[in-house]
Design a protein around this ligand. Sequence first.
Ligand SMILES: Cc1cc2nc3c(=O)[nH]c(=O)nc-3n(C[C@H](O)[C@H](O)[C@H](O)COP(=O)(O)OP(=O)(O)OC[C@H]3O[C@@H](n4cnc5c(N)ncnc54)[C@H](O)[C@@H]3O)c2cc1C
Length: 417
Amino acid sequence: MGQSFSDSRDGSAHLTGTRGSRVTIVGGGVMGLMTAYYAAPLATSVTVIDKSRVGDPGTASFGLTRSVRNDYLDPQYSRLAFEARQLWLDLQERAGQRLLVDCGCLNLVKQSVTPDVDASYAVRSFAVLDDLKLPREALPGPALAQRFPQFAADGGWLDVDAGFADVAAVTAMLRSVLPGRGVEFREETEVRAITRSDDGWQLQTSGPAVESDVLVITAGLGTNGLLELIDGCSVRFPLSPDRPMQSKYFIPDPAVRDQYTEAALPVFAYLDVGIYGHPLYAGKTPGVKIGFYHPPDATAVPSAIKSVEDFVAECMPGLRDAETIDVAEASGVDTCFYDLVGDDEFILGPLPGDRSAVGGAFVGVGWRGTGYKFAPWVGRVLAQLAGTEGTVYDISRFTPGRFARGSQTGTLTGGTT
Ligand SMILES: Cc1cc2nc3c(=O)[nH]c(=O)nc-3n(C[C@H](O)[C@H](O)[C@H](O)COP(=O)(O)OP(=O)(O)OC[C@H]3O[C@@H](n4cnc5c(N)ncnc54)[C@H](O)[C@@H]3O)c2cc1C
């Protein structure tokens, strides 16, 4: 399918230049690009500055697949994921191109591995989907074996409106569509100074200076370095890099390959034991991707599963003899880091501080390895903030102000990375 893009419904095909603010976005990962996408119709001009290139392999938004699911333990994150999904579907329809692969997301439980089934992530997250009345399907015992014989487990709880994003397609779509919405890219551009003056922002860069009314920072783990450049901005965020212990492609035998593609296999997870996986994406990825990761804040249930190989031996026996390759080594993807946050919540909203120092500056960071699926929602929020200094969403929970000096919950951090 082509890259044509219909903007007629939001009237945003052209920037009129008659109203709105000039917006500078520093950081051209998926969050910055989505912000640019939604800001363009509201703004006089939008400039995206990145120290590397859009889609650079060293960024968190570079990869082949990212899970898109609603099955969080916290209902607010589930609702936001579902909201973001509606925006993805809208983007996909406008692009006339597949961005999401809707194969569902299956949470597994096996009593011999994690005996307390009721306490499992699968059962608890399913209860959240149930409360929110989001599409879901319980596959206990034989129902799992019948529907997804690839798994040897006691049950599967399926988040139906889920799957994964085709990351290359998303990046290519945004890259091709944004210039048509009037967005200017400044890539391989270093920001050297950020100055607030006359209610606006001036950025000195390795290229020409950029002036704007609004500044949005979506620079991932580079965010604190940019805050250092702003006179009178004392907030720093407790961000730290982390990555999965293992991430491998299991290449199924050609005779059974069809059972492992996105047409037959959902995204799957056994989060109690640190396992998540993506089906083989036919023509795009070499195998079933399986990762092993215990977030530092999560309570790991003691189990015999200490690696992706242990998981396969226990729960996906059909892949036991499959050839494996390391995801990063094989395809040069996912070499980057999660941006974990000290208190394990997103950071989204205005920079805290005196208006004369940080007025008209907004930030979005700290996506903790789970941000991709939320990207259109994040972009929409930041665009609303940039355009109207407010948003229709309640983002108080994510306020950057919680890390300001003197804030009750704030971490006065110098120890961020
Ligand atoms: C291995 C891995 C797997 C993941 N899996 C999932 C998943 O399955 N599902 C999911 O929902 N999420 C997932 N995530 C999380 C998701 O990919 C990220 O949350 C998301 O891509 C973050 O986007 P971003 O734009 O904030 O960051 P980035 O993509 O890192 O973009 C930040 C940009 O800022 C630029 N920058 C930094 N410093 C500066 C500076 N000083 N000046 C100018 N530019 C600067 C960088 O060059 C970069 O382009 C995963 C992340 C990783 C790393």
